[in-house]
Design a protein around this ligand. Structure first.
Ligand code: SAH
Ligand code: SF4
Length: 364
């Protein structure tokens, strides 16, 4: 039997309350512990004076705060992006990114160490699958970013670096995207539990509308999500608008073909009454031509959809170049002709290799 204490961050609030009862304590103590951690940001047992000594001693013996050590940290030159290479308890490393665009702070977190899906242009895909993350390992990444925002995390307050607004000092984490390392729907249950913990209204209370889960297109996972009462945003990585083109970039498309994916997406939109964000990594001369744009238009026409265009972040394992501004604009205009709104994501942070998985590869 392992002697390592359980990870506090693996628990929902209800589970923590149930644990207290099992240990013979009133649940109110556990509610207080929860508030210390998620509302006050306290992780030091000695800094929880409102917990009765006996409960605190028991909880301290049984639970640890499984926060990740920072193995490496890089800040983009413009001060808008911070990237953390975080170390798990078994020494594996994952990435968490803090982004500040137009005053809004977003944490980009990982769901797995490595990834089994093998997308050819992705640094994480190039490294292969290592393992799933536990719910607590996912939650702790958000708490890491929250601690930075509160000015107690590594590197001090973000406002020091991105001092566009001193009023945003000591803010809390509000926006979350699951777009770091790994495929979230390949680690479905752990990811859903982590989201539930982060959404708990007595805790960090992230708004569902402030959370986006990005998937490579795991069809059974999308079908499961369509049945859920978890109203966060869904992003689907498309990258190719025909089965052949897509499968060349996204090997997972061989398992879940484009027509099955589109069926699942249409079903999701109908059941959830919510739009899907389609992601499209723009690779020069590969999938950024007017023909590609028309193919996307025909494929998604009539869907409640938005296309997010992301110029390729070059990786050492893939010989491709990002699409330029003009070609990206042209792509957008063609999509607009099909009634499809789109955005081009800014490539801030490229100087710190802020593309998915790139820091972990560089530090191996
Ligand atoms: N596994 C999920 C979420 C993580 S990747 C998914 O694939 O959707 C998040 C987004 O970053 C995906 O759209 C992915 O295709 C994109 N991405 C990965 N590597 C990239 C790179 N080198 N340049 C640009 N976008 C990349
Ligand atoms: Fe995995 Fe997403 Fe990277 Fe594809 S793009 S290899 S699914 S992390």
């Amino acid at each position: 039997m392992s002697t390592r204490p359980a990870n506090f961050y693996d628990h929902t609030r209800d589970e923590l309350l149930a644990l207290a009862s099992r240990w013979g304590f009133p649940p109110v103590h556990a509610a207080r512990l929860w508030a210390y951690v998620y509302l006050a940001g306290v992780e030091d047992w000695r800094a929880m004076p409102e917990l009765p000594a006996r409960y605190r001693a028991k909880a301290e013996g049984e639970l640890g705060f499984g926060r990740h050590a920072t193995a490496a940290e890089t800040h983009s030159a413009d001060g808008f992006t911070r990237k953390y290479l975080l170390e798990l308890s078994d020494g594996r490393r994952i990435e968490t990114v803090l982004m500040r665009y137009t005053g809004r702070v977003t944490a980009c977190i990982s769901s797995q160490a490595g990834c089994a899906m093998g997308c050819v242009f992705c640094a994480t895909g190039q490294m292969g699958f290592v393992r799933h993350l536990s719910p607590g390992e996912i939650v702790a990444q958000a708490m890491h970013v929250d601690a930075v925002l509160r000015g107690v995390g590594p590197g001090g307050a973000l406002a020091d670096a991105a001092s566009d607004s001193p009023h945003e000092r000591h803010e809390r984490l509000r926006n979350l995207v699951l777009m770091g390392m790994g495929e979230p729907l390949h680690n479905y249950d752990a990811v859903m539990k982590a989201i539930d913990i982060l959404r708990d209204p007595n805790g960090l209370a992230l708004g569902a509308k402030k959370i986006t889960l990005s998937t490579v297109g795991v069809v059974p996972g999308i079908r499961r999500l369509a049945e859920e009462k978890r109203p966060f945003h869904l992003a689907v990585s498309l990258h190719g608008a025909t089965q052949e083109e897509r499968a060349a970039l996204v090997p997972a498309a061989k398992k879940w073909p484009l027509d099955e994916l589109m069926d699942a997406c249409r079903d999701y939109i109908a059941r959830q009454q919510r739009r899907i964000f389609y992601e499209w990594t723009l690779i020069e001369g590969k999938n950024d031509t007017p023909e590609s744009a028309h193919a996307v238009g025909r494929l998604l026409q009539g869907q409640l959809a938005q296309v997010n265009l992301i110029p390729l972040n070059p990786t050492t394992g893939y010989d491709g170049a990002p699409t330029g501004r003009e070609a990206a604009k042209r792509f957008q205009e063609i999509l607009a002709g099909y009634g499809l709104p789109s955005t081009v994501r800014q490539r801030r942070g490229i100087d710190i290799a802020a593309g998915c998985g790139q820091l972990a590869v560089a530090k191996r």
